[in-house]
Design a protein around this ligand. Structure first.
Ligand code: XMP
Length: 317
């Protein structure tokens, strides 16, 4: 049987040995892997671990503040960076999903590199890489893939020349969760649904504007809060709202409206490679739809995605 406690003990001892008094920079995303990697490193080297958490303006509603707060409560040496405007500027005018992903990857690298430069004499880059990331060399998605595709464009950013330390690279996802639990990490962080690196940018079809981000954040928050309140959040593998570039006619009081559509997506899956749409209860869908239409200005219609993967993907872009 695999025991998280002995993994934790051995890993911390090995990290101490390997890192000594060296400094490490690590980018936190709010996700499970980077959070568990950070806490392990923190146990080993304390304040010599410099965490960086970037607000790209594409996170869920209030996510940056809430997650930053819980990282601070864990005692991590962390710096939050508001880079929203840099991301919005880079995304302006882009509609192609891959161009949006590339722009986000590029700005992330710039922002992270600037922040890493401010850590004097840093020697290591910490990463939350897990075993499936190591073996899945064909994966084309995720921030690290974006970084790789920039390898030969004008030389490497400096932080990528650092030595790499990856304390989770022998573990599977469920083992990472068990380690996180044994480390006492907030269950809210450990149990959260996967969220794509490019965030809401690939859940807003077409061009990104701060206004659309805000509308989607409101609708998504109503959706996710209702899933939690109904006790179904943990049974769903991943859920989120999508902002469609479609306007349709509606009626509000005596007024005719002509506004956008939000699509709700919820899937059951083991690893994201295949997925079935969730059969959420009709009453719950009705409640969410009403709440969104009554409270989110700019949305007058809500639809539910009943496509499975394959042939549909989980995300719409
Ligand atoms: P798809 O849409 O391909 O998604 O069925 C499968 C899983 O991958 C996530 N995803 C991404 N994650 N960067 C990421 O870090 C991306 O560009 C990206 N695109 C999709 C998606 O949320 C799902 O969990």
């Amino acid at each position: 049987d695999w025991a998280p406690d002995s993994f934790i003990e051995t890993t911390i001892a090995q990290l101490k040995e390997k890192l000594g008094n060296d400094k490490v920079v690590l980018g936190l995303s709010g996700g499970v892997d980077s959070s568990v990697a950070a806490v392990l490193l923190h146990h080993a080297i304390g304040a010599n671990l410099h965490c960086i958490f970037v607000d790209n303006g594409l996170l869920r509603k209030d996510e940056f503040e809430l997650v930053l707060d819980s990282y601070k409560h864990m005692g991590l040496n962390i710096r939050g960076i508001d880079a929203k405007q840099r991301f919005y500027d880079a995304l302006a005018g882009l509609t192609d999903p891959e161009k949006k992903r590339k722009a986000i990857g590029r700005v992330f690298i710039e922002v992270f590199d600037d922040a890493a430069h401010e850590v004097q004499d840093v020697k290591w880059l910490g990463q939350g890489t897990i075993y499936p990331d190591v073996i899945e060399s064909v994966s084309v998605k995720g921030p690290s893939a974006t970084i790789k595709s920039h390898h030969n464009v004008g030389g490497l950013p400096d932080f990528m020349k650092l030595k790499v330390v990856e304390p989770l690279n022998t573990l599977f996802k469920d083992e990472v969760r068990n380690v996180g639990k044994a480390l006492g990490i907030d269950p809210n962080i450990l149990g959260r649904h996967p969220f794509p690196g490019p965030g809401l940018a690939i859940r807003i079809l077409g061009e990104i504007t701060p206004e659309k981000v805000q509308i989607l954040q409101e609708a998504d928050a109503i959706y996710i809060n209702n899933l939690r309140a109904a006790g179904v959040y943990d049974k769903v593998w991943q859920a989120g709202a999508i902002y469609l570039p479609v306007q349709s006619v509606g009626v509000m009081g005596d007024e005719r409206t002509y506004e956008n559509v939000v699509c709700l997506r919820a899937v059951e899956s083991l690893d994201g490679m295949t997925a079935d749409w969730c059969h959420l209860p009709y009453e719950l869908l009705a409640k969410i739809s009403n709440e969104i239409i009554n409270n989110v200005k700019g949305i007058n219609r809500v639809v539910y995605d009943i496509s499975s993967k394959p042939p549909a993907t989980i995300e719409w872009e």
